[in-house]
Design a protein around this ligand. Structure first.
Ligand code: F6R
Length: 608
């Protein structure tokens, strides 16, 4: 996720306004920051890695001339958080500057073509191709800046919100979007563009939301929206935003957790755009390893548990999911040069996970990392790492980063299956197609089920304990649902593989005891129905997460939540966990707890 901002003002210093706006966008990323302004036919740039305050102290971000400019706060995806990779990026002639939020998927190909034409790249980012491509089009085809931006975007694949300025047409900012957010703010004496409304809310409450496939020409006295495809004019009036600054930070949601639950379709789309190269490299290591441990804590451990089913079922690769704090004790003596450790950590800084990695490194094992934070310790100690590209997660409870981890792990399992020739091409094609649909399926679950889940939370808010049960890969989903409910709503809960429940835990059940069953229609369904019957016989209230139209389980359950049809079992934890996240959230709200700040917990646990 990154934050972009642009300001075209009738008077005054744009740099200062941009700096203040970037501070308000800092929640979108904070590993590098930069600004570019135009004054007297020249481009001025300041940028560096580090938090905005640190860079400002070093460079004075307010001290750039001119009343038109753009800025960026970065969350690294392609290219380490270094000065050279910070935005804005400029063309060879230093006449055009761009800031970008998103991922250009075909950048390697475009970069190669541009290099062959003599363009010199300075950074390792995907973004830099945008500016060189615009330069190429302006020069070689004699296009106006707007035409060149539109043509460049037609040649690029991926997601973007961009803002472009140029000495060639110094009175305007051109911005555009595809799948990354972009809004225009219309003030008395200035017009702004930004990734998010809070960036300009103290300056104006008149906002125009830009849609996919549109570009906007911004000048200091107005804006014009056009279609990227054919530059056709689009008429759209600003809307008045009546959010308080606090609401604005959360984009109108009452809590970051709810905002992040709703961000999952977008986060998943980004995770489906990972660089092939790293996925392939990691798959090769997973294929060659004699033994593979999947090491993590908390929610990330649940992703590992689900992944162990994916690897085994698809690629016939046995892997050992293990809670990081137990790793050294359990495997510290046996792990060796032939072992591979895939460490999964959203923050990349969890002390227990890093300690397990250290123990394995000490015995010459290969370390692979999956994290959300480039530049974190995990990325530094991993032979290969993948950044899941979910953007910062502010709510303490992991939500969007969990489903993104699952999505990356599913991609790895699929590649490994392909490499090992374990599934037919038809099946691979089918699974890949389903994976592409997962963001939309998640969106459907949220849209269709949220109100019902809110009502369920109201109904069950005073229950003193819960069971969460699932079989097969749904065991991981059940464990994650339990963790969410416990950590933010403070309701004691037990999660088990459903088959195990009769070996002890069932003794807790008495009439009215709520039992949540995760029951996608996979091979375990029949057995799960048996477990539901066992619980029902003892008077339990069954809440079932089922496939849309599963009448048999609907008839057994007291309450049910439906998920779209046709999801392959190895992908089921992604949509099936969504109702459980929402249930935990609304239970916390019903019980008057702040879901964003659960007591005794920290977002990144850096102690062992
Ligand atoms: C639960 C949660 C924690 C983390 C755990 C590991 O909602 O967020 O259980 O999953 O502390 O954190 P990372 O993934 O940063 O290593």
């Amino acid at each position: 996720m990154c934050g972009i901002f642009g300001c075209a003002s009738k008077q005054g210093n744009a740099a200062k306004v941009i700096h203040a706006a970037l501070k308000r966008l800092e929640y979108r990323g904070y590993d590098s920051v930069g600004e570019a302004t135009l004054s007297e036919g020249k481009l001025f740039i300041k940028k560096d890695s580090g938090k905005i305050d640190e860079v400002h102290e070093k460079l004075n971000l307010d001290d750039l001339p001119g009343n038109l400019g753009i800025g960026h706060t970065r969350w690294a995806t392609h290219g380490a958080p270094l000065q050279v990779n910070a935005h804005p990026h400029i063309d060879c002639e230093e006449q055009i500057a761009v800031v970008h939020n998103g991922i250009i998927e075909n950048y390697a190909l475009v970069k190669k073509e541009l290099e062959d034409k003599g363009h010199v790249f300075r950074s390792k980012t995907d973004t830099e191709v945008i500016v060189h491509l615009i330069e190429e089009l302006v020069k070689q085809q004699n296009l106006t800046l707007v035409e060149a931006v539109a043509e460049a975007l037609k040649a690029l694949e991926g997601s973007y919100a961009i803002a472009v300025i140029s000495t060639l047409e110094p009175d305007k900012i051109i911005c555009a979007r595809n799948e990354s957010p972009l809004v225009v703010g219309v003030g008395e004496n200035a017009v702004y563009c930004a990734s998010d409304i809070p960036a300009f809310l103290p300056l104006t409450n008149k906002a125009v939301v830009i849609e996919d496939g549109e570009l906007v020409i911004i000048t200091n006295d107005g804006y014009e929206i056009q279609k990227i495809a054919d530059l056709r004019l689009v008429k759209r009036e600003p809307k008045i935003i009546d959010w308080t600054p606090e609401m604005a930070e959360k984009r109108g949601y009452p809590h970051f957790m709810l905002k992040e639950i709703h961000e999952q379709p977008l986060a998943l789309r980004n995770t489906l755009r990972l660089q092939e190269h790293y996925l392939e490299l990691m798959t090769t290591f997973l294929d060659r390893a004699k033994e593979v441990f999947l090491v993590a804590c908390g929610t990330s451990y649940h992703a590992c548990l689900a992944a162990s089913y994916m690897f085994s079922k698809l690629a016939y690769r046995a892997t050992y999911p293990i809670i990081a704090s137990e790793f050294a004790e359990q495997h510290g003596k046996s792990v060796n040069i032939e072992s591979t450790i895939l460490a999964v950590s959203q923050s990349g800084e969890t002390a227990d996970t890093l300690a397990a990695v250290e123990a394995a490194r000490h015995r010459a094992a290969t370390i692979l990392g999956l994290t959300n934070v480039i530049g974190s310790t995990l990325t530094r100690v991993s032979r290969v790492y993948i950044c899941q590209q979910s953007g910062p997660e502010i709510g303490v409870a992991a939500t969007k980063t969990f489903t993104a981890q699952l999505c990356v792990l599913a991609q790895l399992a699929l590649r490994l299956a392909k490499k090992r020739g374990k599934v037919s091409q038809d099946e691979i094609d089918f699974l890949e197609e389903k994976l592409e649909q997962i963001p939309n399926i998640v969106e459907n679950v949220i849209v269709k089920q949220e109100d019902k889940i809110k009502q369920l939370a109201r109904k069950y808010k005073d229950k003193r304990e819960f069971f969460f049960l699932g079989r097969g890969i749904s065991t991981a989903t059940a464990l994650e649902g339990r963790l969410k409910l416990m950590e933010i709503a403070y309701v004691p809960a037990i999660a088990y593989p459903a088959g195990e429940s009769k070996h002890g835990p069932i003794s807790l059940v008495e009439p009215g005891f709520p039992v949540v069953f995760v029951c996608p229609p996979d091979e375990t369904r029949k057995a799960v129905i048996g477990n539901i019957m066992e619980m029902k016989a003892r008077g339990a209230s069954i809440i079932a997460i089922i496939e849309e139209g599963d009448e048999e389980i609907k008839n057994l359950a007291e309450d049910f939540i439906e998920v779209d049809k046709g999801i392959p079992d190895i992908l089921s934890p992604i949509p099936y966990v969504i109702p459980l996240q929402l249930f935990a959230y609304y239970m916390a709200v019903e019980r008057s707890h702040d879901p964003d700040k659960p007591r005794n917990l920290a977002k990144s646990v850096t102690v062992k």
